[in-house]
Design a binder for this molecule. Structure first.
Ligand code: ZN
Length: 302
């Protein structure tokens, strides 16, 4: 994947003007919320350079406001700019708020291994990254009272165990992070599939008028959550039917799985314009992996 330090600010296309969206190439979108009381960075991007772009942008709003940082989860594309805000010589000291599990993720050996690997792969991008944990953590629900806007932070585990989403009732807006995304939030283990789907359901239940995602165009709208739900429902139905026919998943290689289950990406995915643009990788290998996880979950839970 070609990494970049480029950060561009998206032109407002109809969302509340207090929400500013920064894009790091095609990789990820993050948010800066300017409330009466706080300027809140929702995620810190991939390294100190890209985080600096966020901090610089925040600067002009800070004369009468405090800076706060939120991590939706600990993944590298969301929280590897944290060192600008906490730790030795942090140039923009601010509380970094996240789920308690997010701090634990920073301590995991996988996170260290990912950092090492990516530093080797792209030293110019990740060479300076120093893993920096959140400094204020919660486990249930947290409200940031920004004066004009209240940010309700709540757990939406599944994609990762530490994931949180943010609902802002005053403007009926949900920041879904990676708990919903185009084409689907990536489950990494069979056991997390039910949690991931429960999180999608809890976000759908909010009925937000506007939903913004970290990996989807900002204009895609709330229906993406429902499309994600429909996708996993379709996978479950196809897998259940195949198992009922007596299919033995262990005999089928990944690249033949979708055909054997009669569930290729196009048939599982709602046929909207955005879904047509989904990458080949997500349609094939990624899709096969989700099918495999679903089969594993169904056979283990029987
Ligand atoms: Zn992400």
């Amino acid at each position: 994947m070609p990494y970049t330090n480029q950060v561009t600010w998206l032109t407002n296309q109809g969302w509340d003007p207090r929400i500013h969206i920064a894009a790091n190439g095609d990789l990820v979108n993050v948010f800066v919320l300017v409330t009466e009381r706080y300027v809140i960075l929702i995620d810190t991007l991939i390294n100190p350079t890209t985080a600096s772009a966020l901090a610089d942008f925040a600067q002009s709003f800070l004369s009468s406001r405090q800076l706060l940082v939120v991590n939706t989860h600990s993944d590298w594309d969301h929280a590897w700019g944290n060192q600008l805000f906490a730790g030795p010589n942090a140039p923009h000291p601010a509380p970094i708020i996240a789920h308690t599990e997010c701090a634990a993720q920073f301590d995991s050996s996988e996170t260290f291994a990912t950092l090492k690997q990516m530093q080797q792969e792209a030293p110019d991008i990740f060479g300076d990254v120093r893993l920096t944990k959140p400094t204020l953590t919660f486990s249930q629900h947290l409200i940031i009272n920004g004066g004009d806007l209240n940010l309700h932070l709540f757990p939406t585990p599944g994609h990762t165990p530490d994931h949180i989403a943010i609902y802002i009732p005053e403007i009926s807006t949900l920041l879904a992070g990676d708990a919903a995304e185009l084409p689907y939030p990536f489950a990494r283990a069979a056991t997390t599939l039910p949690t991931l789907r429960a999180s999608l359901a809890s976000m759908a239940a909010l009925n937000a008028a506007a939903v913004l995602y970290c990996h989807a165009p900002p204009t895609i709208g709330p229906h993406l959550i429902h499309d994600n739900i429909a996708y996993f429902d379709a996978l479950e139905a196809a897998c259940r039917a195949a198992l009922a026919r007596g299919l033995d998943p262990s005999q089928i290689p990944d690249q033949e799985l979708a055909t054997a289950l009669d569930c290729d990406f196009a048939s599982a995915a709602p046929t909207t314009g955005a879904w047509a643009e989904v990458s080949l990788e997500s349609r094939t290998a990624g899709h096969a992996e989700q099918l495999r996880l679903m089969l594993t979950w169904l056979t283990q839970s029987e």
